[in-house]
Ligand binder design. Structure first.
Ligand SMILES: [Zn+2]
Length: 428
């Protein structure tokens, strides 16, 4: 990748994973809060369903709902013989699994693919391997991740080209430092993405509102401040930069954990714990239920069972899933969200959720943070746009979605956005 001319402008996108909109405050993250006051803040930004990182990363990268990009969630079912097997899409091998089974990865192009002829993209991510690779699964640009960094064409990048950082706050700060000094100032791709593990990681490791959560926010705020200084310095040299800062979802406090698949076994609706005719891909605050063709006659009874359970909130069957950005395919018949409420936790932070767990995915302990469902706070990330024609010091109260980010990037660069589900964000 070489330095580009500046006639198209450049885009910098920074994601602070899991950062709730209501925690973007002067006392928690002063740098981001001050920046919001000088920018356009989107107060009703919404997560996708499930409000989980990996499918969200693909939604941001493509501008499409999971129904159209094809990555159902953090875990998803795929046909396996006569049944369905659940896979962890965070596994670095899962991109290859999709390519092997279907001859493709995502069903629609990413920004990295669209921008390959226009100055390229570099994604530096410190979350799960899947969430990093699904922003550019076919290697049109560069993805920098501790599990292995890849350049255009899938070329492995050496340590001289891409750093390996730790999966913690120190790693976030090291990655942000490299992003500022090497990516933004030297390589200067058309699109530069920095995706931090925090505050999501801190929220998963303790109660929301506790010092571990607030420290994780402060760490992300320090990383943000460095990126902002670097963007400002580049602009002072005459560069036109659209700078977007946001998160992918929020989190809520785990009130209860329920192994929904085990309950189906007890109810006689699933043959056994490891059977493949009825399977659930857990998503924290929600679940995706797959049924093999041989067991489709059980669907009415499964729906009746789920509707009677106090730990289930909303249920979407078949084409109803289109209302939440999913579609029936490859055995996916039912999506459900887990019970939630706006009650506060011990630190006064509102939002309690029940989470769907399994033996493989035990979930976070009661009292800690999690997400994945339709609770008001888990599906309420933040978003701020600065430069690129966005009115400074303004607030948008209308609903915006993760899928609106990619169309916004393409509009700014003067490139077409055909095939995207999202809409470019209102500028004033
Ligand atoms: Zn996330």
């Amino acid at each position: 990748m070489t330095a580009q001319s500046t006639d198209m402008g450049r885009v910098v996108l920074m994601i602070c994973d899991g950062h709730r909109n209501d925690f973007v405050r002067a006392d928690t993250c002063p740098a981001i809060f001050d920046f919001a006051a000088r920018s356009r803040r989107f107060l009703n930004h919404r997560a996708i369903f499930p409000s989980a990182t990996r499918a969200s990363a693909a939604a941001i990268a493509t501008g499409c709902w999971p129904a159209n990009h094809g990555l159902h969630g953090n875990t998803m079912g795929l046909p396996d013989g006569a049944g369905v097997r659940v896979h962890d899409v965070g596994d670095p091998a899962f991109v290859g699994k999709l390519r092997n089974d279907f001859g493709r990865t995502l069903k629609v192009p990413t920004m990295a693919e669209r921008l390959a002829p226009h100055g390229g993209a570099l994604i530096a991510s410190n979350v799960s391997p899947g969430a990093a690779y699904f922003q550019d699964p076919d290697n049109f640009g560069s993805v920098v991740h501790r599990a292995g960094s890849l350049g255009p064409g899938g070329r492995k990048l050496g340590l001289d080209e891409a750093p390996v950082v730790s999966h913690d706050e120190a790693g976030d700060l090291a990655l942000a430092d490299w992003f500022c000094t090497e990516v933004l100032q030297v390589r200067r791709p058309r699109l530069s993405v920095l995706w931090l593990a925090n505050p999501d990681q801190g929220m998963h490791a303790g109660p929301l509102g506790s010092p571990i959560h607030l420290d994780a926010i402060a760490s992300a705020d320090r990383a943000f401040a460095q990126v902002e200084r670097t963007v400002d310095a580049q602009r002072a040299q005459g560069e036109d930069i659209l700078f977007l800062v946001g998160s992918d979802h929020g989190q809520e406090t785990v009130r209860e954990r329920v192994a929904v698949a085990a309950r189906l076994v007890e109810a006689g609706l699933k043959d056994g714990p490891d059977s493949t005719e009825v399977v659930i891909a857990p998503q924290g605050g929600s679940g995706l239920l797959y049924v093999a063709p041989s067991a489709e006659d059980r669907i009415p009874a499964i729906l009746g069972f789920l509707r009677a359970q106090p730990y289930i909130a909303e249920i979407f069957h078949g084409p109803e899933m289109l209302h939440i950005g999913q579609r029936p395919e490859n055995g996916l018949h039912i999506a459900f969200s887990m019970a939630c409420s706006s009650e506060p936790n011990e630190f006064g932070v509102p939002g309690l959720i029940t989470v769907c767990v399994s033996d493989d995915k035990p979930g976070k302990p009661e009292g800690f943070g999690s997400h994945g469902g339709l609770g008001d706070f888990e599906r309420h990330p933040f978003l701020i746009a600065n430069g690129g024609g966005f009115a400074p010091g303004s607030i948008e109260h209308g609903v915006t979605r993760l899928i609106d980010i990619a169309p916004t990037v393409m509009r700014y660069l003067g490139l077409h956005r055909d095939g995207m589900d999202g809409l470019a964000l209102p500028q004033n």
